[in-house]
Design a binder for this molecule. Sequence first.
Ligand SMILES: Cc1cc2nc3c(=O)[nH]c(=O)nc-3n(C[C@H](O)[C@H](O)[C@H](O)COP(=O)(O)O)c2cc1C
Length: 291
Amino acid sequence: MTIALLNASGCLDALVAPGVARSLDAFVTKTVTPLPREGNPPPRFAETAHGMLNSIGLQNPGIDAFRRDHLPKLEAIGVPIWVSVGGFGAHDFAHVCALLDDRDAVSVIELNLSCPNVEEAPETAAELVQAARAATRKPLYAKLSPVARDIAETARAVAAAGADGLSLVNTIRGLTLDDETLRPQLGRGVGGYSGPALAPVALACVFACALAVDLPIVGMGGVTTGRDALDLLAAGASAVALGTILFSDPASPTRVRKELEAEATARGYGSPAEIRGIARPEAVSAVASPE
Ligand SMILES: Cc1cc2nc3c(=O)[nH]c(=O)nc-3n(C[C@H](O)[C@H](O)[C@H](O)COP(=O)(O)O)c2cc1C
């Protein structure tokens, strides 16, 4: 069995780079909301020493234009499509999910329950999942923020509300200041921090959630190599998504897949799938207390 490799939402435009999308097992769209959104003022990207800051602000054409103009073109690429859905309350999530329910091209709906660039939705994650669940029969993956007080508790809540899987993790809030002016570099001030610095954070979230719920997990956050992907699998992920790395290395899906196979083989496993969850608590406590 091979491990599915996806892109992280917002990190690949499949219509601009269909070849990259075809090198993945599924393409995840940028988050779609009920109405079109222009997003945040520029600049929207800033480099930092260990990652990237963005404040795109959920720019998207809105669900009606997405269904009419984008979905047919995405379908033509020939890769399974996951649609990321966002909004500001249960009604928004239910509305967008209902409009995707009859579209055969959509294989999974990912619920973006965590975006640092928009105001926090007032409802809890579980309420949003419940609303989406009532609106569609499609498999639902709940995408969670790594800054939850107790992410395992959120995972249990969304599982009980009807989520079929988890996508872990979204960005964390960050800020960079201009060298000269000491003013924020991003037009909106703060942004979502992604890239290598997020890898250990993502790993801890996947580890905690894999112990808490029996749901498939797409692990993401700072993956740049096959070893990063291997770590997420060992922590309990069943699939891996590539985000920020796609901007600097569009060939990373093929490279990471090869490196992952090589890492598994070098460790004596028949396939990367055999590594899933081996960072189990017994092994961890044995390492933590050698005496
Ligand atoms: C430019 C950019 C845009 C993003 N847009 C979205 C989005 O629309 N919806 C979403 O759920 N996550 C979005 N994300 C978060 C990524 O999907 C991913 O969770 C995060 O970047 C961590 O992975 P990485 O460190 O490999 O980039 C975005 C990230 C970046 C860098």
